[in-house]
Design a protein around this ligand. Structure first.
Ligand code: DP6
Length: 329
């Protein structure tokens, strides 16, 4: 029996991925750009040991995982089994560094860690780019967590998706930035990103304009990163998040992830900027607010967010490395 354990940090998109050109292969409609984090990650052990005899045995945070989670993970393991020409069911133990129920646990670190651990346990010798493609089949954003630092995901143009992979854009070395995460609600999000982006693409009159806007944001973000220009990068990140949410809000039925604390946290960030603090928000498919700032100002940003009505708590995350195997037997 071979087993492998991998860890992956989640990533936060500064230029968002929201919409697919192919649902089955998770091929994105446009590129995206993210920062991989050292916190909010996943640790996953996979062993192709026969599982429970007839099915994969999958545990999440120490307890048997729910049906939705199991079927998504098992479908992913089927792809790995197909590639490696093995048929054994697996035992999977996965732990998120924040409770999954906090609504922060991300499929990005989850599928990146699962891809790396499962490939290794199955004896597949995959390059980082091949691992990125494999992780993408689990979740589009997971393709980015294979790499550390600033990462860009290509939409690709091939029908087979071989060119829809991420690459490491810039390690961020010598640039002390942080993401302060303001948690504004407990519990799972109302509608998952897969369903929400499909509904946006099918019904939002703003979807086409959103997709067309991404390329300019990517180019502005690359320039800002190369120049270590926090204000430039933060401006793009806010714009991209607001445009993504605008396209979702215009869907039918509408998709609105924000709560009153989301808006209050956005106002706090703007007030910080008026006081000369370079802080910029981004928001994913949920009500939490993530704030990009300089490391030296992260404590002050966290304090301001902690003092914001409805913010439950904050976490400060730094740029982190890509997904990797930490144990193999
Ligand atoms: C708002 O990667 O979770 O976080 O590919 O359907 O699994 P699927 O979607 P997912 O979407 C992430 C959406 C986002 C923006 C981003 O991470 O780029």
């Amino acid at each position: 029996m071979t087993s492998a354990t991998a860890v992956a940090g989640t990533n936060i998109a500064l230029v968002k991925y929201w919409g697919k050109r192919d649902q089955t292969l998770n091929l994105p409609a446009a590129g995206s750009l993210s920062l991989t984090l050292d916190r909010l990650g996943t640790r996953t052990r996979v062993a192709f040991d026969g599982g429970d005899g007839s099915a994969d045995r999958i545990a999440l945070d120490g307890a048997p995982a729910g049906q939705k989670f199991v079927s998504r993970a098992s479908a992913f393991l089927d792809r790995v089994r197909g590639r490696a020409a093995i048929s054994a069911c697996a035992t999977v133990e996965t732990f998120n560094s924040v409770p999954t129920a906090a609504g922060l646990a991300s499929s990005a670190s989850g599928f990146a860690a699962l891809a790396v651990a499962a490939a290794q346990a199955a004896g597949l010798d995959l390059s980082p780019v091949e691992l990125s493609e494999l992780a993408r089949l689990g979740s589009g954003s997971a393709a980015r967590s294979i790499f550390g630092g600033f990462v860009e995901m290509a939409p690709g143009s091939r029908a087979d998706g071989h060119d829809a992979v991420a690459h490491a854009l810039d390690s961020g070395a010598g640039w002390e930035v942080r993401l302060v995460v303001a948690i504004t609600a407990a519990g799972e999000k109302a509608i998952g990103s897969t369903a929400a982006m499909a509904r946006t693409a099918a019904t939002s009159p703003y979807y086409g304009a959103w997709v067309r806007s991404v390329e300019d944001d990517l180019s502005a973000a690359r320039t800002a990163i190369a120049a270590r220009d926090l204000n430039g990068l933060g401006t793009v990140a806010e714009r991209s998040a607001l445009r993504m949410h605008a396209s979702a809000m215009a869907a039918d039925p509408p998709i609105l992830y924000w709560n009153p604390a989301t808006l209050a946290a956005m106002a706090t960030v703007r007030a910080l900027r008026e006081r000369g603090v370079s802080a910029f928000f981004t928001i994913d498919a949920g009500p939490h607010v993530k704030v990009l700032c300089a490391a030296a100002e992260a404590d002050a940003v966290a304090a301001a967010l902690n003092g914001t009505a409805g913010v439950l708590r904050t976490l400060i995350a730094a740029p982190g490395p890509g997904a990797r195997v930490v144990e193999a037997a």
